[in-house]
Design a protein around this ligand. Structure first.
Ligand code: ADP
Length: 259
């Protein structure tokens, strides 16, 4: 796009293999300050792998990854200290209470008035009653709320979210979506992975659709639609469905295709 501004997220020729299995084919991505970028695809498409590579949790098989100007491969610790991450299906430590965990995170993030910030988020997520319950005894949704609080508490300039609302009820999904949109309005940048297309249409200004570790299309929602009538679900089925048909055809015909 000829941008001269340095992107916050930049991956060049980034790829990932697990053994011989190609989870992510080489791809390039740039996310700029103030964007709400989404990666969408069915289960097993490579979304978590994508986000783990960008956040320094996994090493790529090849490629260059720079996030906030930090080399994600060479300096993953520095990177993790400077971003917010909500990993898929991870829980807060079992034997800490929400208060203990959030105070720990807030202190780690150097939040000076950390006690009132913790109180704010416990209240925001309706967790006051469970403030002193060990996290192992919380429901899945309550644990997810604690994880989201831990990511939101220091209002990171760049936030990575992997299926962030899977266990939340519709009320809190809406509340979180609104918080994220406000965060972007105030200058934050978000990179989100999900299979929930609703989220793309409502929130993302740019997105990529992936399947089988390949980017099938990328752009704004309107760029991805071939007609005004097409819904995002139609786009998804058109792109992902076609790629599934390709795989079936290749399996049947035994064609060996280049990558
Ligand atoms: P998604 O998040 O889109 O559901 P993932 O990135 O978790 O997909 O996985 C992409 C593919 O890589 C899947 O086929 C999955 O089975 C495989 N995969 C993920 N992690 C590993 C691993 N540690 N070892 C081997 N294969 C893996």
């Amino acid at each position: 796009m000829g941008d001269t501004i340095t992107p916050l997220v930049k991956a060049v020729d980034m790829a990932k293999k697990y053994g011989d299995f190609i989870a992510l084919h080489p791809l390039n991505v740039e996310v700029h300050s103030g964007e709400f970028f989404g990666v969408f695809g069915p289960n097993g498409a490579g979304k978590s792998t994508f986000i783990k590579l960008l956040t320094g949790q996994l090493k790529p098989s090849k490629g260059l990854i720079e996030v906030l100007g930090i080399n994600a491969v060479g300096d993953p610790q520095k990177l993790k200290a400077n971003i917010g991450i909500v990993p898929e299906s991870e829980s807060p430590p079992s034997f800490l209470t929400p208060v203990e965990f959030l105070e720990f995170v807030a202190k780690l993030r150097n939040i000076h008035d950390y006690k009132s910030e913790v109180e704010f988020w416990l209240d925001w997520f309706g967790l006051e009653e469970k403030r002193n319950t060990m996290c192992k005894d919380l429901s899945k949704g309550q644990r997810q709320k604690v994880m989201l609080s831990a990511a939101f508490i220091h209002k990171p300039k760049l936030l990575f979210l992997d299926e962030p609302f899977a266990n939340l009820d519709p009320i809190y999904q809406r509340k979180c979506r609104q918080w994220l949109l406000d965060h972007v309005k105030q200058g934050g940048t978000i990179f989100l992975c999900s299979h929930v297309l609703e989220m793309a249409e409502r929130m993302c200004n740019r997105m990529a659709i992936i399947n089988d570790g390949k980017v099938l299309a990328a752009g704004s929602v309107s760029e991805l639609k071939i007609s005004k009538e097409e819904t995002l679900e139609d786009v998804f089925i058109r792109l992902v469905g076609r790629s599934i048909e390709d795989v079936e055809r290749i399996n049947e015909e035994g064609i060996s295709e280049e990558e």
